[in-house]
Write a protein that binds this ligand. Structure first.
Ligand code: NAD
Ligand code: G6P
Ligand code: MN
Length: 440
């Protein structure tokens, strides 16, 4: 079995330690010879790196080398896989996005509505540059990208690198939801076989089977409606915000019982309610800064101080495991089934061919092999077309530096709709994003 050289780009991420735990957990299935951290923020990277050094000494002695660098050539030369998880502008800019939208009475969220638009316009530039840098030194490496907003990033990268077939965008939400399904069904998540369609953070499960072909969909719907819906993955199970979000998925299922919704649809289906429950002084970004980020930083400091990771609060979470398992399937041609983001090209024939859709695929050494979904019903098609047009207009506006297209984009977005609101929030976001956005 070939051993891989893996680069983690954005290694200062709050998810890096969980990902390292996942690499340890999966080392038989995804054996590594070398792990390299790459980030532009030396200090942020160093904390994770020093803790990882200790962790790997104890739990990954098979590794030839572990290193960290801000030098692109050192990082990317000879890479087999690059896992990307960058956040342009950091959580500080996420907080601004969320607060600015809320000030206008609009949903303030990382990937949805004006917040997602703002973040998208920041991410596109850095992601294009990063992919160029990786390709300069490693033309054939697999690039697996988590960077949000994944829908907008995927569309922009597909336009900029149309023939790059070793670049794949993924999201952990569908599989995180499936962990909750598995718990309710008393099955293992890896025994579930989902049917799913949509855009990133904008999709539905149409069927949940097990590997023997038994259909659990109706039983699952009844269980959710009767007993409620809760996050079960270790990273989010005890998080009050995620608990509320999963509970809201139950309401969506009651309102539209045909298919099982992605949790992110709550922002588009009940935008006023989402605004009402928000506190601008304590948006999700603030909660993450004081929650996940603080916990990870404290854990790393503890490991570094103790010189051991033995008593550290580290866990394997689905975020890391999903990325690693997807990589395994690509690397060793396992043809395992995962929900990932790919170009539509007829998978859903009544949506445009160039839409970046999220659907089940077999991951092989030739890349994702999607299954045909078929035509989707009018309600979902209508919702998706509006959202897709919004995403396309955001990417157009980036390349064309067109403010008019931003106004069109937000007018189409279900979290905004009102043109005066769209114009006002755009002006505030332009001012806040100086240096990050194109000049409009
Ligand atoms: P974070 O701010 O903690 O970490 C991001 C890291 O990226 C930082 O260390 C930062 O210095 C670095 N970075 C920023 N710009 C860079 C660049 N141009 N090159 C290299 N490094 C750069 O963020 P986080 O909360 O841990 O999230 C990381 C990313 O993963 C975000 O984009 C987030 O939205 C995304 N994410 C996606 C999913 C998904 O389902 N697709 C799930 C979780 C997180
Ligand atoms: C889910 C989504 C991601 C999102 C993450 C963190 O995993 O799929 O796209 O970035 O949640 O969200 P949070 O609000 O907890 O930072
Ligand atoms: Mn996601």
């Amino acid at each position: 079995m070939k051993k891989q050289r893996l680069v983690v780009a954005g290694s200062g991420s709050t998810y890096t330690m969980g990902m390292m735990m996942s690499l340890i957990e999966e080392k038989e299935r995804f054996p590594l010879k070398e792990v390299v951290f790459y980030d532009i923020d030396e200090k942020r990277q160093e904390r994770n790196a020093k803790a990882t050094e200790v962790l790997f000494e104890e739990r990954y002695p098979e590794l030839d080398s572990f290193s960290y660098t801000t030098d692109k050539q050192k990082a990317f030369e000879g890479a087999d896989f690059v896992f990307v998880q960058i956040r342009t502008g950091g959580l500080a800019m996420r907080e601004k996005d969320e607060q600015i939208a809320l000030k206008h009475g609009i949903v303030g969220q990382e990937t949805c509505g004006p917040g997602g638009m703002a973040y998208g316009l920041r991410s596109i530039k850095d992601m294009i540059q990063l992919v160029k840098d990786i390709r300069k030194y490693s033309p054939d490496a697999w690039i697996l990208n988590y960077t949000n907003p994944a829908a907008i990033v995927a569309d922009a990268l597909a336009r900029e690198f149309p023939s790059d077939d070793r670049l794949m965008n993924i999201c952990d939400m569908p599989i995180a939801i499936m962990i909750s399904y598995a718990k309710l069904l008393q099955l293992d998540v890896w025994d579930l076989v989902p049917e799913y369609f949509g855009l990133n953070h904008f999709g539905w499960f149409t069927k949940i089977y097990d590997k023997e072909g038994n259909d659990h969909t109706e039983r699952l719907k009844n269980l959710i409606i009767e007993t409620g819906f809760k996050p079960e993955d270790t990273e989010i199970a005890n998080d009050v915000s995620w608990q509320k979000t999963f509970e809201q998925a139950r309401q969506m299922l009651i309102d539209f019982p045909e298919f099982l919704p992605n949790t992110y649809l709550q922002y588009y289906l009940y935008p006023e309610q989402m605004v009402d429950k928000e506190d601008p002084a304590n948006t999700r970004a603030r909660q993450v800064i004081e929650g996940r980020q603080k916990r990870v930083h404290d854990t790393c400091d503890f490991i570094i101080k103790e010189g051991t990771a033995e008593n550290a609060d580290l866990h394997v979470d689905i975020h890391g495991v999903f990325m690693v398992r997807a990589a395994e399937s690509l690397a060793y041609n396992l043809a395992e089934r995962f929900i990932v983001i790919v170009k539509n090209n007829g998978i859903i024939p009544n949506l445009p061919a160039d839409a970046m859709v999220e659907v089940p695929c077999l991951l092989t050494s030739q890349g994702p092999q999607p299954f045909t979904v078929g035509e989707i019903p009018t309600f979902y098609k209508g919702l998706i077309e509006g959202q897709l047009a919004y995403e396309k207009l955001v990417v157009d506006s980036y390349f064309e530096k067109s403010k008019q297209k931003l106004i069109q984009a937000l007018t189409l977005n279900r979290t905004v709709v009102n043109v005066s609101k769209a114009k006002a929030v755009i002006e505030d976001l332009i001012a806040a994003n100086k240096g990050y956005w194109p000049e409009y």
